[in-house]
Design a protein around this ligand. Structure first.
Ligand code: OGA
Ligand code: ZN
Length: 404
């Protein structure tokens, strides 16, 4: 595809439509193109990156909208021959030596200048909560996932608070997988795709007893513990066994304010977590408050039943125990705990890496309690949340919508 400005081809290297926001000025500055808008926004784009993102002239494939240029084949003699804004507002870059005319949607360029291309964009920012802010779980109707605006409201609460509840759902055994399917594929584990929590099966974990479960996150024994967990109450005729939630973000903030050294120990000293079983041997070493690499979701590795070995110098172990005790004490205090009774037909969905969940003890001989549970990965739920948020704000791009 060479320098024809009237050839019809898509202007965006993705499948979104963008508001039409022509820049006021484009200036070539050596190997960079500076794209400026009248309100002061600016995108400084490197020539090779612009070339890679040109659609239909060898940069991005029209059908897949994925990049085509193997880095080994990047032309190091590439130069911007000329750049301009055409009469409609499209940014045109004429390349040397291959004579391609790259045409760029001004709204696509602008969304990068605005930071809306970043992974965290389109997702509601997390808001730390205590029981004062969240007396009740953020509750949504059983059919919220069936339509665009209710499901967006639900997923925004999920991103904001890391926790939502659906009430009045059917209690049939395949309902949970159906609900979860709205967000993406289930994350399978050694518990199975969908698992049961009840006291009358042979207990291979504390969950399947009537014992209290203190504030915890599931499967800190994995490099990437499951991102979200759903628990569906199918039967509950017991009087105890309340669901208990605390926001790890708020708990960590409080610990940092009260005792910065304890917070520092929990973010830096590691423990080996271990799921033991005849056929499994899952282990991971990480801190209790795990910040991961920049941009990783904050992960609380907080499940004492599977915390197996300190992985730190012996001198640090007493401090680590003291810090952990403080952390769990804060998490279990009424100020941070939101307790609610599980009614049959309730589904709670929460960020398993952020929210510490637990349950009160109950007497299995005084009634039945049966939950069904499943996991999903952050990646899938966040991808779905972005798509729902973008669809609600900007209609999906029809084939003709971004072709001029
Ligand atoms: C679990 C769990 C909560 C409950 O199975 O990991 O935390 O309410 N269960 O039984
Ligand atoms: Zn659990």
């Amino acid at each position: 595809m060479t320098g024809n400005s009237d050839v019809e081809r898509p202007l965006t290297p993705d499948f979104y439509d963008y508001p039409w926001t022509p820049p006021s000025d484009v200036v070539v500055d050596g190997d960079f193109l500076s794209i400026r808008w009248a309100d002061g926004a600016e995108l400084v784009a490197y020539k090779q990156w612009l070339r890679e993102n040109e659609v239909g002239g060898g940069g991005v494939d029209v059908a897949t909208r994925e990049g085509l240029i193997d880095p080994a084949h990047i032309d190091d003699t590439l130069q911007i021959r000329e750049a301009r804004i055409d009469a409609t507002g499209v940014v045109e870059v004429h390349w040397y030596p291959d004579d391609v005319l790259g045409r760029y949607h001004p709204g696509w360029l602008r969304h990068i200048a605005d930071g809306s291309h970043r992974p965290e964009s389109w997702l509601s920012d997390p808001v730390a909560w205590t029981s004062a802010e969240l007396a009740e779980p953020p509750t949504h109707p059983a059919d919220a996932l069936e339509s665009a605006l209710p499901r967006l409201a639900l997923v925004q609460d999920l991103m904001r608070y890391g926790f939502v509840r659906l009430r009045g759902c059917p209690t049939d055994s395949d309902h949970l997988a159906k609900l979860a399917g709205h967000f993406g594929p289930l994350r399978d584990t050694n518990f199975g795709r969908v698992w049961d929590v009840k006291a009358d099966i042979d207990p291979t974990s504390t969950a399947n007893t009537g014992l209290r479960l203190g504030p915890h996150t599931d499967l800190p024994t994995r490099e990437a513990p499951p991102g979200f967990q759903m628990l569906h109450c199918v039967i509950n005729s017991t009087s105890g066994g309340y669901s208990e939630m605390a926001d790890g973000l708020a708990v960590a903030n409080r610990l940092r304010a009260m005792d910065p050294d304890a917070h520092d120990i929990l973010t830096t000293r590691r423990w080996i977590f271990f799921n033991r079983g005849a056929e499994i041997d899952h282990r991971w070493s990480g801190p209790l408050i795990d910040h991961g690499v920049p941009g990783s979701p904050l992960t609380f590795r907080a499940f004492y039943p599977v915390r197996a070995f300190p992985d730190m110098p012996a001198d640090d172990v007493p401090k680590a125990y003291a810090a952990m005790r403080q952390f769990s004490h804060i998490a279990a205090s009424p100020e941070f705990q939101v307790a609610s009774r599980f009614e049959p037909g309730d589904v709670v969905m929460f960020d398993n890496r952020r929210v510490l969940h637990g349950r009160g003890a109950y007497d299995p001989s005084a009634g039945s309690r049966h939950l069904r549970g499943c996991y999903l990965d952050h990646d899938d739920v966040r991808s779905t949340a972005r798509v729902w948020a973008r669809r609600a704000t900007i209609p999906p791009a029809g084939a003709a919508a971004n072709v001029i």
